[in-house]
Design a protein around this ligand. Structure first.
Ligand code: AMP
Length: 380
């Protein structure tokens, strides 16, 4: 299957080529033709499945020949739960529209930053990517109008509901024209999401990508047996020993994330935390610096990590194991994506060993366990 066979036109195919995508991911092969046909689409898909391009490409294809009739009357609305996702999706729209003859103007808006620049930038925008609260603020200031929206995308709908945005989303929905195309993606398949779907979508085309498909074989997995008190020095040893220039470290709590960052910094390793107690601005800045190579180690909790999308992450370390095997797969799936190989390392204490066996069983893969007694951690 090629991108060309999905019904996308030359300027979009050129942008796809620029990004180095050679073949559509399964979700893209299914979603793109359905969206192009004007169908409502619902998909269960996680970050990493390629869902973003799965809707961005056909939405651009549909809009590329339709100019907006009135300024600030957007044609497509993408609702997302977090600022990080808003920024990422906005970047994907920009990247794919670069060769279009008529550049479809897109913008990402979100709270936690000043509203005025966003109000000004909204002039001429056709595709708006927004978090619900900020969108409502912009609407009440008359900076944007929804009455001519033709396509609505709800991305990470489950998270939107979990984070308590339902009321705000409902307010937004009430302002949209009844006749429109709906596209809804969710990482999980809860009852709440299902109920929401059936209210919102008309005879949708359903896509579900098997969880297994997301566990890439390219990931080299290894575990180190260690007592809890040697984890800190062992982490620093591994970072030095394997010359890790960019590594995402997971902890199970915000407290632990802050501790790990503090110790790394004390030992001269540039690190930052990425979790729900950090301000939006702080998180975006940390991610930016990490992507730019100014910070070597980003220490994240599971919840916050959902918004992290980095094209190639060479190393992931589980400083603490996640409770659920699903989260384990999700964490390590952040390396070895997009056809590049990566390494996932887990630090396993004697108390964790039973749980780690369960994780391996659920994942259907054995992970080699290496002892660390002989490693001299003096000075780390
Ligand atoms: P997403 O699930 O949309 O966050 O995408 C996950 C990652 O996969 C992103 O880094 C994309 O740039 C990358 N990606 C998406 N589609 C493809 C593709 N067809 N080929 C290679 N990489 C892709």
């Amino acid at each position: 299957m090629s991108f060309a066979s999905l019904g996308l036109s030359a300027p979009l195919l050129k942008a796809i080529e620029d990004l180095g995508y050679t073949q559509p991911y399964p979700i893209q092969s299914e979603a793109i033709p359905a969206i192009l046909k004007g169908k409502d689409v619902t998909g269960i898909a996680k970050t990493g499945s390629g869902k973003t391009a799965g809707y961005v490409l056909p939405v651009l294809e549909l809009l590329k020949n339709k100019k907006i009739s009135r300024n600030r009357y957007i044609k497509a609305l993408v609702l997302v739960p977090t600022r990080e996702l808003a920024v990422q999706v906005g970047e994907v729209f920009q990247a794919f529209s670069r060769h279009l003859l008529r550049r479809v103007k897109s913008l990402a808006v979100f709270g936690g930053v000043s509203i005025n620049p966003q109000m000004m930038q909204l002039s001429g925008v056709e595709v708006l990517v927004a978090t619900p609260g900020r969108l409502l603020d912009l609407i009440s200031s008359n900076a944007v109008h929804l009455s001519e929206v033709e396509v609505l995308v709800l991305d990470e709908a489950d998270k939107m509901l979990n984070l308590g945005f339902q009321e705000e989303v409902n307010k937004v929905l009430a302002l949209l024209p009844a006749k429109r195309q709906n596209i809804l993606f969710s990482a999980t398949k809860g009852e709440e999401v299902e109920a929401y779907l059936s209210d919102l979508l008309q005879d949708p085309f359903r896509i579900e990508i098997e969880e297994e498909a997301v566990v890439p074989d390219l990931i080299d997995q290894v575990a180190y047996q260690t007592p809890a008190e040697r984890k800190g020095p062992l982490l620093r040893y591994l970072i030095q020993q394997e010359n890790m220039e960019q590594v995402l470290v997971f902890t199970s709590s915000i407290r632990a994330a802050d501790n790990v960052v503090g110790k790394l910094m004390k030992n001269g390793v540039a690190a930052a935390a990425f979790h729900g107690e950090k301000s939006q601005g702080g998180r975006t800045e940390a991610l930016k610096q990490f992507k730019a190579g100014k910070i070597r180690v980003l220490v994240a909790t599971d919840l916050a990590s959902r918004g992290i999308d980095i094209k190639f992450l060479p190393f992931v370390i589980n400083y603490e194991l996640p409770r659920s095997p699903k989260d384990y797969v999700h964490r390590i799936g952040r390396t070895g994506r997009a056809e590049a190989s990566g390494k996932a390392i887990s630090l396993v204490t004697p108390e964790d060993e039973h749980h780690f066996r369960i994780i391996q069983k659920k994942m259907g893969k054995r992970v080699p366990m290496l002892p660390t007694d002989d490693i001299n951690l003096q000075g780390y």
